[in-house]
Write a protein that binds this ligand. Structure first.
Ligand code: XIL
Length: 376
């Protein structure tokens, strides 16, 4: 008991001294709420027992997304087994702290369990498995997860504008012309169905299944390296426009925003956000971090931290400038826990808003001031 009390005192001392969120300065969350935008972060259930982690998460954010806890390998470890324990921890935490939850992700080519990837299923079996997965997971969180990344990273960076070859798309893929015909009253014969069928027909099926499981949830297509106007975002734009025209239930597009280039083209990011919101869908920035070169101790150069802050501010401003851009989410919040370290073999890091000791960095202040000054 005594130790707990001391820990609480120490933790709050660190937090109020270091996070920039003391009495005189409103926290990020409050600033975001005043400016009418959601501020979110990815989070890992294993860290929730760390007092500083949990307190910071609840104080600074009004939205949270399980970083890995809802991916197939965690939630669907065996064909007949669903395990929601990790996802539930995050969702329960969010409920206790009045935070919204984004779900990530129902269909992806990574972090899938072996029983699935090595199961040698036929197209029909795979469609059945995926439909059950989507409907079971979405229904479990009906009313508690307000937005889902239904499909993640379906477009290929190596073949601009084309879909990636995956188990879901063509290895063996889930699309069947019968079902497509039923989904579209524009076509009558099977040959017509085949010629009509766009390559992204499988994505359409996923959105329809998710919508059936929770008609209230906002359904997003989420993508990497499509934040600027480029061949990938052009292809996504064409797909989303087609979905909207044909009434396929899509509500938004997520741009991941993993940035490793301090000269990122912010004007192009702004133009891209503008053209997508003009289609009538929401835009969420879903996984923002700005990776910096770091030394062996994980430290970045002070001038890079300033340039990083500029990017956070400019990208937040680009989002705030469009009413349809409704959320900004970072991929974690403390440099203590960020995927960038392992992803870059420790050559990059320091990508988030708070340092390893939960002290605010220039990027934190930049984001907060963008929320304070650029009210909608
Ligand atoms: C990353 C997680 O942060 C890591 O913990 C995990 O080991 C690998 O995946 N794009 C996505 C995210 O959509 O799901 C990825 O998350 C980062 C890239």
């Amino acid at each position: 008991m005594q130790w707990q009390a001391i820990a609480v005192v120490l933790t709050s001392a660190v937090l109020s001294a270091g996070s920039g969120a003391g009495d005189d300065q409103p926290a990020l969350r409050r600033a975001a709420e005043k400016s009418g935008i959601l501020i979110g972060t990815a989070a890992r259930p294993a860290q929730l027992s760390e007092a500083a982690y949990a307190a910071t998460l609840a104080r600074e954010f009004n939205m949270v997304e399980p970083e890995d806890a809802l991916k197939w390998e965690v939630v669907h470890p065996e064909r007949e087994t669903f395990d929601f324990s990790q996802g539930d921890e995050i969702v329960d935490f969010a409920a206790r702290h009045g935070m919204k939850v984004r779900g990530h992700t129902l269909v992806w080519h990574r972090q899938n369990p072996k029983w699935l990837t090595e199961g040698k299923f036929t197209s029909g079996e795979l469609a059945e498995i995926l439909e059950k997965h989507i409907k079971t997971v979405v229904a479990h969180y009906r009313g508690r997860i307000f937005a889902w990344d239904v499909v993640n990273e379906a477009f290929d960076e190596l073949r601009p504008g084309s879909l990636r070859s995956t188990i879901w798309r063509d290895q063996p893929g889930i699309a069947s012309s019968d079902e497509l015909r039923a989904a579209s009253n524009q076509v009558r014969s099977e040959s017509e169905a085949r010629s009509w069928q766009p390559a992204y027909a499988y994505i359409e099926r996923c959105f329809r299944w998710a919508h059936q499981a929770d008609p209230q949830a906002l359904l997003f297509y989420n993508e990497a390296e499509a934040e600027v106007v480029n061949a990938k975002s052009d292809a996504i734009y064409a797909m989303v426009r087609d979905f909207r025209e044909r009434g396929v239930p899509i509500d938004g597009v997520g741009f991941q925003m993993h940035i490793a280039n301090l000269r990122a083209d912010v004007a192009s990011i702004a133009a891209n956000i503008r053209r997508f919101t003009a289609l009538g869908v929401q835009v969420h920035i879903t996984e923002m971090d700005v990776a910096l070169p770091v030394d062996a101790g994980g430290n970045a150069r002070p001038e890079d931290l300033e340039r990083q802050a500029d990017l956070y501010r400019q990208i937040a401003s680009a989002c705030l400038a469009q009413r349809g851009c409704t959320a900004i989410q970072t991929w974690g919040f403390t440099d203590k826990y960020s995927w960038i370290g392992s992803h870059s073999k420790r050559t990059q890091g320091a990508a988030l808003l708070l340092d390893r000791n939960y002290r605010s960095k220039p990027a934190y202040e930049a984001l907060r001031s963008a929320f304070e000054w650029e009210r909608r």
